[in-house]
Design a protein around this ligand. Structure first.
Ligand SMILES: [Zn+2]
Length: 422
């Protein structure tokens, strides 16, 4: 990669640290904001950016530098000066024409695999717990392909999930045999109980459900670290039981590490929605519900640092509201790329695309119509809404105080009790 000096100069004059800050405030010659750098979960605004000279410094984590390129390198968790050219490219530098004066960078090795760890992401299970998860994932996935469980496989196929995806995603079914399998393998039943995989009575929590396992890279290897399970089939169970049951422990963004090679990630709500996007050969993560945990927001923010996020969902009011709330809580800097994509109202959720012959076409069309969110404007809007909300609640509190402070009313005459019905 060859980047001309003119491009470096252009980047320095056009890109700004400001683009990476969330709600920066002007203080003299500085912009002050919460530190946006990875590994620092800043609660007070510790980050200073000098507007006139371009240098920046975090008073919390101590990092600092002279310009936007050094900043971007830290922001994307790249190594300095090794990843100087990659940083420039991400900031929008173009390769040069032959003959132009060039900066010739050293060769880049393995930068694509640079892990970007979340600020305060969810906690992953330890080795003993992973061994239990591994056994569970194995038992469940094997179960699904047994003749005795053909109704479970028929359900998965009925949802339109291709067999190849069912296998690569380790979709399974729980038939209450995990306890025996753990004993056979010499693994701890107590840990399985603590994880919420086994109940006190030794039966499986997920018995009779379709199982989904989350895989993450732990210590360089893929490991199952979390699971969720869905009821299937028809019958009374549908009305009485919760549709999904999760294991204990921190909730995770499902499919996060599977997206590490992608430059664009589709964000959906349900596990089934994610499978639909995967079946169209795109990268996707699912949030499990429309109210992710704070650790999951940290994971999503880390993802948004280096990738374009497309929030895909229902065009109905609840679907839109959920995605807008996710965006508001994410607090992404203006430099991040976030898109909102709506499916046609007749489709419903993305998971439904799997059962439609025109699913792939509808999905592509929704992606093409996706609108980029102007995050600077969106951030100002969210801040204005929060301020208006605070003013309203303060006024309401003042009214309550005025009422409770007022002298008591004279006793009102008791109303007659009117008998209802017959
Ligand atoms: Zn910092």
């Amino acid at each position: 990669m060859l980047i001309p000096q003119s491009e470096i100069d252009r980047i320095k004059s056009e890109a700004s640290v400001e683009q990476f800050l969330v709600n920066p405030k002007r203080q003299g010659g500085f912009l002050v904001a919460r530190c946006p750098l990875p590994g620092h979960d800043d609660t007070t605004p510790s980050f200073r950016y000098n507007l006139a000279e371009g240098w920046w410094k975090c008073m919390g984590c101590g990092r600092g530098g002279g310009d936007v390129i050094k900043f971007a390198c830290a922001y994307w968790n790249l190594s300095w000066p090794h990843d100087f050219p990659l940083t420039l490219e991400r900031l929008g530098a173009r390769r040069g024409d032959p003959g132009e004066h060039r900066y010739l960078p050293p060769a880049i090795k393995g930068t694509a695999a640079t892990p970007t760890r979340p600020e305060t992401g969810p906690r992953l299970p330890d080795r003993a717990a992973i061994a239990v998860y591994r056994a569970a994932a194995d038992v469940w996935a094997t179960n699904l392909w047994r003749l005795a469980n053909r109704d479970a496989l028929a359900y998965v196929r009925g949802r339109g999930i291709p067999d190849a995806l069912t296998r690569s995603e380790w979709i399974g079914v729980s038939t209450d045999t995990l306890g025996a399998a753990l004993r056979e393998r010499g693994l701890s039943l107590e840990i399985a109980r603590l994880l919420g995989l086994l109940r006190r009575d030794g039966h499986e929590t997920f018995a009779g459900r379709i199982t989904f396992v989350e895989w993450r890279v732990v210590g360089g290897d893929w490991a199952p670290v979390w699971a969720t399970a869905r009821v299937y089939g028809t019958g009374a169970a549908w009305d009485e039981e919760r549709k999904y049951l999760n294991v204990r422990g921190d909730r995770l963004v499902v499919g996060l590490d599977r997206c590490r090679q992608a430059s664009e990630v589709v964000v959906v709500e349900g596990v089934g929605d994610r499978l639909a996007v995967l079946s169209f050969s795109d990268a996707a993560v699912s949030l499990g519900s429309n109210q992710p945990s704070s650790g999951m927001y940290a994971e999503l923010r880390a993802l948004a640092r280096t990738r374009r996020l497309i929030l895909l969902g229902d065009p109905d009011r609840a679907g839109r509201k959920g995605r807008t709330r996710t965006l508001a809580k994410l607090d992404l800097p203006p430099a991040a790329e976030a898109y909102l994509a709506d499916l046609p109202p007749t489709v419903g959720d993305p998971g439904a695309l799997l059962r439609r012959p025109d699913g792939a076409a509808l999905y592509q069309a929704a992606k093409e119509r996706a609108r980029r969110v102007d995050l600077a404007r969106f951030g100002r809007l969210v801040a204005a809404c929060r301020a208006a909300y605070e003013t309203r609640t303060a006024a309401a509190r003042a009214r309550t105080r005025a009422i409770t402070a007022a002298p008591a009313h004279p006793a009102l005459p008791k109303k007659e009790v009117i008998a209802m019905g017959d």
